[in-house]
Design a protein around this ligand. Sequence first.
Ligand code: ATP
Ligand code: MG
Length: 418
Amino acid sequence: MRQSQLFTKTRKEAPKDEVSKNAELLIRAGFIHKEMAGVYSFLPLGLRVLNNIVGIIREEMNEIGGQEISMTALQDKNLWQKTDRWDDDKMDVWFKTKLKNDSELGLAPTHEEPLTTIMKNFVASYRDLPKAVYQFQTKFRNEMRAKSGIIRGREFLMKDLYSFSRDQKEHDEFYQLAKAAYVRIFDRVGLGSVTYPTFALGGTFSKYSEEFQTICDAGEDIIYVDETKLVAVNKETLTPEVLADLGLNKKTLVEKKGVEVGNIFNLGNKFSKPLELFYVDDKGEKHDVIMGCYGIGPGRVMGTIVEVLSDAKGIVWPREVAPFEAHLIEMKGSEAVSAAAEKLYRDLNKKGITVLWDDRDTRAGEKFADADLIGIPYRIVISEKTMKENKFELKLRTEDEATLVDEATLFQKIQKTS
Ligand code: ATP
Ligand code: MG
């Protein structure tokens, strides 16, 4: 993409009422637009990042047998009354609205009820199970505090996968697969080294649920990390009994702030029982379907990457999620420089490398400052000076020093390894 065509521009200041680092940087760099507290639009660069994160999650969900669907935002009150989650006392984040005839509807804060109902149409016998179904869909939650930028939205994208198993053993097997997929996802988005499976309160059907917590000062959760065992316990869950149960010692745990980037839950028959999702086994006996749910917020992941990896100059994107892999900076000079920049742009694209080509008529200082703020991993500079030597200047966003390289070396350094 040519930067001169991009409709967004960088700006010096974020809105005065924006207090979170992730939103401040993402707004200044032109990735998102703030509509109101907790409500953000994604602009071209931001949508590319969000879609890259979604793409990684989708690959890993397909890998464990997940089947993708898309459910509705509008929700039927009668359905949610069956599980006793319609009352605002039971589900305190509801946004509700009305039809013209005054009957009430809800805007989905989560999707256990509608998916369990869909599955009733297709699950009858033990032969129809197990199944795993997921979606990327907008959730609406009337969150009390929305001060963490895209980490806590009132309207936000969620990947929610739900598993349907015949018994606890079958459920547990899938649960482990999903957990391993989560570890791969957080590795691939660049948060692996600071993200810990964390024991949390589990609700009614298992002792614990597991959160994936990323260590981060902007986090709203307090967790206790065991840095040798690579696990953590949420503060809310930390009791002497739990420590004994998990074989952890309070003395070796370190208190940290964390962002819950994902979580996995055993649901047992919490939804299948009231909504009557059951199957008949090979002896003709009826059983409740055993369910699990597995959430990740792609926007929250994006905000957390910004919080954790950015530096004083701006955002630092890991390659797999970056809006573009290379930022080609053309120092305006002769026609020959422009022609060489265009040729390199096309050659990189042919190799499958995505490039933002800064072909704007602006000062070098401004181009470099923008490149640092936007955070694309490889910066390539082409100018009269580099052309004289038949070379390009290459710099990683994470490094201070640039090096002069010839074309072959450039391609070798920048090519995808996997
Ligand atoms: P929290 O305790 O932070 O409110 P939660 O327990 O309500 O999270 P879930 O309902 O399990 O979260 O949602 C699954 C995932 O969706 C979370 O792990 C998180 O990644 C994401 N998520 C939840 N709430 C939000 C939000 N308000 N904005 C953005 N992402 C969210
Ligand atoms: Mg919540």
